[in-house]
Design a protein around this ligand. Structure first.
Ligand code: HAM
Length: 414
C-alpha cells in the first residue's frame, strides 16, 4: 500500500512499537532531571541563522555544511536548530535569567536538524536530550552534569559505555597553544589531508578528528592542549577528576579529544558506546564559559551536555511490551452501544485503561480483539441490560452487577 511519498532522506517515522521504548527513555530522563533539579525549557525549532554562526562557530562543519537554512517571507535568514545550547543561552539572556539564583539548571529534549550523510545512528532530523547548568564556574557543576549523564545511561541500561575526558583550557591559554599547533601542522603540511591543510588557520584542532592515515600519523606526535594548561585550568581539571573519582564514575583522559562545536572551554567529554558502529558517540558536552558573552551578554560560565536519543535506542535494541488494557467493553447487542460508550468513559475516568469496539465486530470478533489488545477483563453488555464479566486469563465468566459496573472492574477502589 505504499504511496509515492516517503519520509525525506535522513528522517524516519517513529511507529507505535519503537515509540514505547522511546517514551520509556524520555520518562526515565525526565524523572532523573527532576530529581537533580533541572527544570524543563523549550525553545523554537528554528532561530536566526546568526545565532548559530556566532554560537556554534563559523569554522565548524555544522555551520559550514550542515545547516538547514532558509529565508522567511520577510527575507530574514532562519535555520532549523542544529543544536540546543546556543538557543538556550539566547533564551537565558532574553528572559533575564541571570537575575535568578545561579546556576540556572535547565533540561531539554526535542528534534534537531543537521544535513549530514545519513547512516545508522546519523540522521538529518534526530533527537537530543540534554541539560545545561548556567552561571557557575565551579568544577562541582562539571562533575554534576557528567554524573547525571552517566546515571542516565546507567539507569537505562546502555551497555559498553565509556567516558572520555579532556580539557581545552580557557580561551587565552588556548590562543597560545593554537599558534604552537599551527606551527607544528605547517611543519608537517605535506603529510596532512587537503581538508586539514586548508583549515590550519581557521580550525587547527579539527586535525585531531581526521581519519586519514597521513594526518593521524602527524597528530600522534602533535603537542597536546592538556599538557599546556595554565595553573587555574589545570586545577579546575584536576578537581573535576577528583569529584568524578569520589562519585565512582570511571573515565579515561584523552588529550586529543576535540568537539565539533567552537564554544567549548576547559572541560570537554564524550560518552562512547562500543556496541554502536561508526557513530559511537552517544552523548557529549562540556564547559562553554565564553558563549553567553559571545552572544552579547555578561561573562557567564556554563556547562552542559546532550545525548542522542536514536543512538541510545540503537544501543539498547530493546522492545518494550505494550501496556495491555485493564478492560474491554464488548457490545453483545446493537442496543447497548450508547451504554458501552458511556461506560468506557466512566472506566477511563476511574483511572483504568479501557477500550470499546470501534469497528462493528460481532461478539466473537470483539473477544478476539480484546485478547489481541491484552485486555485483562472483558465486560459484555447483553441485550437485556445484564452484563457478564470475563477474566481473559482464566477464561472464567460470571454475571456482573449492572448497577455497579465500574466497581466490579476496579474491585470497588475507584
Ligand atoms: P553534539 O556532540 O554535537 O553536542 O551532539 C550531542 C549528541 O547528539 C551526540 O553525542 C550524538 O549522540 C547526537 N547526534 C549528533 N548529531 C547527530 C545526528 N546527525 N544523528 C543522530 N544523532 C546525532 C551538542 O549538540 C551540544 N549542544 C552538546 C552540549 C550541551 N554541550 C554543552 N551543552
Amino acid at each position: 500500500m505504499a504511496s509515492k511519498f516517503q519520509a525525506p532522506r535522513g528522517t524516519f517515522d517513529v511507529l507505535p512499537g519503537p515509540g514505547r521504548a522511546r517514551a520509556r527513555l524520555e520518562a526515565v530522563a525526565a524523572q532523573l532531571f527532576a530529581r537533580a533539579g533541572y527544570e524543563p525549557i523549550q525553545t523554537p525549532a528554528f532561530e536566526d541563522t546568526d545565532l548559530f554562526e556566532r554560537g556554534v562557530g563559523k569554522s565548524t562543519d555544522i555551520v559550514q555544511k550542515e545547516m538547514f537554512t532558509f529565508e522567511d517571507k520577510g527575507e530574514r535568514s532562519l535555520t532549523l536548530r542544529p543544536e540546543g545550547t546556543a538557543p538556550i543561552c539566547r533564551a537565558y539572556l532574553e528572559h533575564g535569567m541571570h537575575k535568578m539564583a545561579q546556576p540556572v539548571k535547565l533540561s531539554y529534549g526535542g528534534p534537531f536538524f543537521r544535513h549530514e550523510r545519513p547512516q545508522a545512528g546519523r540522521y538529518r532530523q534526530f533527537h537530543q536530550l540534554g541539560v545545561e547548568a548556567i552561571g557557575s564556574d565551579s568544577p562541582l557543576a562539571d562533575a554534576e552534569v557528567i554524573v547525571l549523564l552517566s546515571d542516565l545511561l546507567g539507569e537505562l541500561g546502555v551497555p559498553g559505555v565509556q567516558l572520555k575526558l579532556g580539557s581545552l583550557g580557557s580561551l587565552e591559554a588556548r590562543r597560545e597553544y593554537l599558534e604552537e599547533l599551527r606551527g607544528y601542522l605547517r611543519k608537517n603540511k605535506r603529510k596532512l589531508s587537503k581538508e586539514v591543510r586548508e583549515r590550519i588557520d581557521l580550525n587547527p584542532l579539527r586535525a585531531f578528528d581526521a581519519d586519514d592515515e597521513g594526518t593521524r600519523e602527524v597528530m600522534a606526535g602533535a603537542p597536546l592542549l592538556v599538557d599546556r594548561l595554565g595553573d587555574e585550568d589545570a586545577e579546575h581539571f584536576a578537581e573535576v577528576r577528583a569529584l568524578l573519582d569520589a562519585a565512582g564514575v570511571g573515565y579515561t583522559i584523552d588529550g586529543s579529544l576535540v568537539r565539533g562545536i567552537d564554544y567549548y572551554t576547559r572541560t570537554i567529554f564524550t560518552f562512547d558506546c562500543d556496541v554502536l558502529g561508526a557513530q559511537s558517540e552517544i552523548g557529549g558536552g562540556g564547559r562553554y564559559d565564553g558563549l553567553i558573552e559571545q552572544l552579547g551578554g555578561p561573562a557567564t560560565p556554563a556547562v552542559g551536555w546532550a545525548c542522542g536519543v536514536e543512538r541510545i535506542l540503537l544501543a539498547l535494541d530493546e522492545e518494550v511490551e505494550g501496556p495491555g488494557r485493564d478492560a474491554f467493553v464488548a457490545i453483545a447487542a446493537e442496543g447497548q452501544r450508547q451504554r458501552a460508550v458511556a461506560l468506557t468513559r466512566e472506566l477511563r475516568r476511574a483511572g483504568l485503561s479501557a477500550e470499546v469496539d470501534l469497528a462493528g465486530r460481532g461478539l466473537k470478533g470483539q473477544l478476539k480483539h480484546a485478547d489481541r489488545l491484552g485486555a485483562r477483563q472483558v465486560l459484555i453488555l447483553e441485550e437485556d441490560g445484564s452484563a457478564q464479566l470475563r477474566d481473559m486469563q482464566s477464561g472464567e465468566q460470571r454475571p456482573a452487577d449492572p448497577g455497579n459496573l465500574v466497581d466490579e472492574l476496579t474491585g470497588g477502589e475507584s
